[in-house]
Design a protein around this ligand. Structure first.
Ligand code: ARG
Length: 271
């Protein structure tokens, strides 16, 4: 089987003001030192990898006082040129929402207000014509229903159960229009059964690969950009014919993020 890449348009936010100043997930330790220059270097490498793959990368200016703004995946969900704005669970991130909404609106996307806690592509992932929707820690069921109405895509709620994998995009990533990779243990028994039914050929990851944020990866259908530490997962993907590119995001992991968290896909009206 030959796998086809499609070129993507991504939005990223340079981690100029990156730090771990509060704790809203188990990875964050505000007493441990962080290095914003190293975070910028790792982020810049990720950005260059996308450019080298032929993708377009847009950049939203970082805002002082918003150390988690680098996690652009949480800025919105964008499908068919329609952007569903976000509403963060935690007050520390609240001001990121209007920053992303106004950037998207200026870029020509139609922005729809969030009416419920909804952390964007952190929890809402499009696989072909299905929208996979995580809940349990951040994004609520009500936001899933709103996403289904707005995007007109069948929306499948998945229950997350492990606080380390608090966003869907830390436990599952989309490989192509038909398949995903995921960590079963991060989901409730019922949601594991749903995933088995929907994706019988899925790449099932190990706890070791998940613990280095291996499931926070970005695929264009052929090239998979994943944390360099996720070696078992990379081997499994190569066996399936994917081309893997390892990136080191160790500094951003201190805030609970990896490559996908730093990347928001901008899907225009014709795709
Ligand atoms: N510190 C951030 C938070 O807990 C990390 C967000 C990571 N983003 C993601 N898409 N998983 O909200």
């Amino acid at each position: 089987m030959s796998l086809d890449a499609t070129s993507r348009r991504y939005l990223m936010c340079r981690p100029t003001y990156f730090a771990v100043e509060y704790k809203i997930n188990p990875w964050m330790d505000p007493t441990a030192p962080t290095d914003a220059d190293l975070a910028i270097a790792q982020w810049s490498t990720l950005r260059q990898v996308y450019l080298d793959l032929g993708h377009t990368v847009e950049e939203i200016p970082a805002v002082p006082g918003l150390p988690d703004m680098v996690f652009a995946a949480n800025g919105a969900t964008v499908v068919d040129g329609q952007a569903l704005a976000v509403q963060f669970r935690d007050p520390q991130r609240a001001d990121e929402a209007p920053a992303y909404a106004s950037w998207l609106s200026r870029a020509g996307f139609e922005v729809h207000e969030a009416k419920h806690v909804n952390e964007g592509e952190g929890d809402l992932l499009l696989v072909g014509n299905l929208l996979l929707a995580g809940t349990g820690f951040r994004t609520t069921h009500a936001a899933h229903a709103r996403a289904q109405e707005l995007f007109g895509r069948p929306t499948v709620t998945l229950q997350l159960v492990d606080p380390r994998y608090y966003h869907l995009d830390t436990a599952l990533f989309v490989l192509d229009e038909h398949n995903v990779a995921y960590l079963p243990e991060a989901f409730s028994p019922g949601s594991q059964a749903v995933l088995r039914r929907l994706f019988p050929d899925a790449v099932v990851a190990t706890p070791e690969d998940a613990a280095v944020f291996g499931l926070n990866s970005v695929s264009d259908g052929r090239n998979v950009v994943l944390p360099v530490q996720a070696t078992g997962l990379a081997a499994a993907l190569r066996e399936r014919g994917y081309h893997t590119i390892g990136v080191d995001m160790s500094e951003l992991r201190k805030a609970g993020g990896g490559p996908k968290c730093c990347t928001l896909e901008l899907r225009e009206a014709n795709r």
